[in-house]
Design a protein around this ligand. Structure first.
Ligand code: MIC
Ligand code: SF4
Length: 755
């Protein structure tokens, strides 16, 4: 039986009338995305149509998911909201804090030892407030959500950008910062700008080496890291139906890498098969009753140009394997072209590690396809040149894979390492031997992100993203430019052999099995549970509310850093070793913007303080300004804040006295996080004004005291030689969001309302 089946039935019950109302209000056939959005309006059935990309709309998501690295801050905020219990079903998952080093058993034990305080905190907060807790080792949040909670036509939010993975089961699932999760858990509406819609029609059928991963690797190449911003990507067509549910999950998962709000697929046979295989006949039966509402209308899929803002068609039959990278997930290269491109770009060709796992590719099917490559290689007398590392997505996947002999297959390579069912190397939780030497090298992995330093902290590691089967093939060849379709390898007997095409099983023929899934149900009545945070702790710190705005123009501000080029949330608030401070705002602020490239001089973590003219680390300079009572600002390039949902990337600068972040463009989640934390997230009206900003400028906001919806702001930039420039800034704050700024943060407002 599924968790929260009554909630799901309730959602389905309102579907027919809510969809009907939406059809009437919009006066047209509906996409699946619109059906889900309109059935989840906070104010009930629709009576007007919303303008995509313009209207802010209040939604009522069905559930919330959080992972350990973001849940700490989310729950620290929730504790301030003055509620006894969460208002919607919610879960927290311990998956990010587990280091990969020696192998699953030892690593898990080590992580329990080092993170004991944080896991206990999460477990008891969950227990108190009615939140389900998935203990360390239970699996990666998105795989566990797919196996247990995702349901067709549902809407959820999660404090992780890859929450979108649940689109594989036909949800609208959206990654958010912790403050957004607090809104929903506190029983308040959740606001989102009504998204634009991108339709991707899939025709044909995958074959040979091509996999679901290659669909999204190709889409990322087409749309780039910001092509999906503000949009839901809806996949449809015969090709979509031919994909497994977990394959659909992979595609939706990496929609985060193109900046999409989320991605989704209509309910179909493969989704039904997956629901039944994961012990949710009840959900499948309920979904079947309203089947026609859980996919887009026929007219829409027949004439998609009339209903989507953009339409792309991909023929799966023509698709070939890709590798995307290095340093960005949208640099797509068909494997057949890698030889030429790698040499041209001087990418190291020898591969040392090949990693399979992460929330995007750690399903049972993924493991079977990769294992088939390993078995084939062994039978042909091939040994791997690179080390294979595996992180199964969940304990259920791992247990079943072990029962079915897949783990044995991987272990036929002597060097293989099976890591914990957790994020591990995907988020820098990887104690890779020799990484500190910072040598130029290449790794391949089936993860989703490959920003600089992400996996092992080494800025010279060139990471390429591919399908699990391609990663396995590269483990064997040890070469980035290996094309399994055309190239041969020399085996132990000196013979030339080629690898057979991968094959796998969508779902385990004997069904899934698990002994201990790692779930902890919350107490029925948690009122007696006390949450104690040690004031001396270096890991956890209760929050002090940010200071409300004094309603005056900000003047005399200094530049903390002008970031140049890619500035992802990994650059703003690095993960890896810093994950340990995710529950302690002051301590984690010591990583604030240390990865951002300073436009003046091109270094990282070295900026000039205008207080004394000395060059120092970014957090130190910020602390200096704060101590001197001087406001600071940050300037950035395009797609600033790309990547993670971590609100630390907004809270840290806020804590260190930064009041405004002014950039050419923002990634969605980060822009919202800035607003929620009471900061100004602004964009240049003229992008070229970025060039006017000098290191030693002084900044005055001349009309902030008239801050209002739809009205540009003016920044006077006073240069050291006394000349000034006037820079116009756009903002997207609506009235309610301006109130967050006034109050000092969104949470300050909630607290006031609940007082
Ligand atoms: C990531 O993949 O970058 C993370 C780590 O899962 C983040 C969340 C975090 O920073 O804790 C994400 O994607 O939101
Ligand atoms: Fe974990 Fe990586 Fe997925 Fe983020 S992308 S949730 S770090 S596995």
């Amino acid at each position: 039986m599924a968790f929260d089946i009554n909630m799901i039935r309730k959602v389905y019950k309102k579907y027919p009338s809510a969809v009907e109302a939406a059809r009437k209000a919009t006066n047209k056939p509906l996409t699946l995305s619109e059906k889900i959005l309109y059935t989840h309006l906070w104010n009930g059935n629709a009576d007007t149509a919303f303008t995509r990309g313009e209207d802010y709309v209040d939604f009522a998501p069905d559930r919330v998911a959080m992972q350990d690295a973001t849940a700490q801050m989310a729950l620290l905020q929730f504790m301030q909201a003055g509620k006894d219990k969460v208002a919607v079903p919610s879960t927290a998952h311990a998956d990010h804090l587990i280091l990969a080093k020696l192998g699953a058993d030892k690593d898990l034990q080590e992580s329990l030892n080092t993170n004991n305080e944080v896991f206990n905190f999460l477990s008891s907060v969950c227990n108190k407030y009615g939140i389900g807790f998935w203990k360390p080792g239970a699996g990666i949040i998105h795989q566990v959500v797919l196996e247990n909670y995702a349901f067709p036509g549902g809407m959820m939010i999660g404090t992780d950008s890859h929450t979108v993975n649940a689109g594989g089961l036909g949800m609208v699932a959206i990654g958010v910062g912790g403050a957004d999760a607090v809104d929903v858990m506190a029983g308040m509406p959740w606001e989102l700008k009504f998204p634009k819609l991108i339709g991707i029609k899939l025709v044909g059928k995958l074959s040979g080496w091509a996999s679901a991963k290659d669909v999204i690797l190709k889409v990322a190449g087409i749309l780039t890291v910001k092509g999906g911003t503000g949009a839901i990507v809806e996949y449809f067509g015969e090709g979509a139906k031919s994909l497994s549910a977990t394959g659909k999950g992979t595609i939706c998962n990496m929609g985060a890498e193109i900046g999409a709000t989320t991605s989704t697929f209509g309910y179909d046979d493969s989704i039904e098969r997956y629901l039944r295989a994961t012990d949710r006949d009840d959900v499948a039966d309920a979904a079947n009753e309203i089947k026609e509402h859980l996919t887009g209308d026929t007219e829409v899929y027949e004439n998609p140009e009339n209903y989507f803002d953009q339409v792309i068609e991909i023929n799966l039959s023509d698709l070939t394997p890709h590798l995307n990278g290095p340093f960005t997930p949208d640099l797509a290269t068909p494997v057949a072209e890698m030889k030429e491109k790698a040499v041209k770009n001087d990418w190291p060709l020898d591969v040392e590690w090949a990693l399979i796992g992460s929330c995007t590719n750690s399903s049972y099917e993924d493991l079977t396809r990769a294992a088939s490559i390993v078995e084939d290689a062994v039978s042909k007398g091939l040994k791997p040149k690179a080390t294979l590392g595996i992180n199964p997505g969940s304990e259920q996947v791992r247990f079943t894979a072990e029962r079915d002999g897949l783990m044995d297959s991987f272990m036929k390579f002597e060097t293989t390492k099976i890591f914990t069912n957790a994020c591990g190397p995907c988020i820098g939780q990887w104690d890779r031997e020799g990484a500190n030497k910072q040598e130029k090298n290449t790794i391949v992995h089936s993860f989703n992100r490959n920003f600089a330093k992400r996996a092992d902290g080494n800025p010279n590691t060139h990471a390429f993203v591919g399908s699990p089967e391609m990663v396995a093939a590269i483990a064997i060849s040890g070469r980035l430019d290996f094309n399994p379709i055309t190239d041969t390898l020399t085996n132990q007997n000196g013979e030339q052999v080629s690898l057979s095409e991968p094959h796998g099983t969508e779902l385990p023929s004997q069904g899934f099995a698990v002994e201990d899934n790692g779930y902890q149900a919350p107490a029925e009545d948690g009122s007696g549970i006390k949450i104690v945070v040690n004031p001396e702790s270096s890991r956890l710190q209760l929050l002090t509310p940010f200071t409300p705005w004094n309603e005056e123009n900000i003047t005399g501000a200094k530049l903390l850093i002008k970031a140049e080029g890619k500035c992802t949330t990994d650059h703003i608030s690095m993960a890896g070793p810093w994950l340990r401070y995710r529950g302690h705002l002051d301590n984690i602020s010591n990583n604030c913007l240390i990865g951002a490239v300073n436009a003046f001089g091109g270094n990282t973590n070295a900026v000039v303080s205008q207080l004394d003219g000395n060059t120092d680390e970014v957090p130190n300079v910020a602390r200096g300004y704060k101590a001197a009572g001087i406001t600071s600002i940050v300037v950035g390039d395009h797609n600033y804040g790309e990547g993670s949902s971590r609100e630390h990337a907004a809270m840290e600068p806020r804590h260190l006295g930064v009041m405004a972040v002014i950039v050419k463009s923002f990634a969605r989640i980060h822009e919202t996080n800035l607003k929620k934390q009471g900061m100004l997230g602004l964009t240049f009206v003229n992008e070229s004004d970025y060039d006017l900003i000098k290191e030693d400028d002084t900044f005055n906001f001349t009309d902030l005291n008239a801050f209002s919806e739809g009205k540009k702001l003016t920044l006077e930039t006073v240069h050291a030689n006394g000349t000034t420039d006037t820079i116009m800034l756009n903002h997207t704050y609506n009235k309610a969001q301006i109130d967050w700024f006034k109050a000092g943060s969104a949470l300050n407002l909630i607290r006031k309302q609940n007082a």
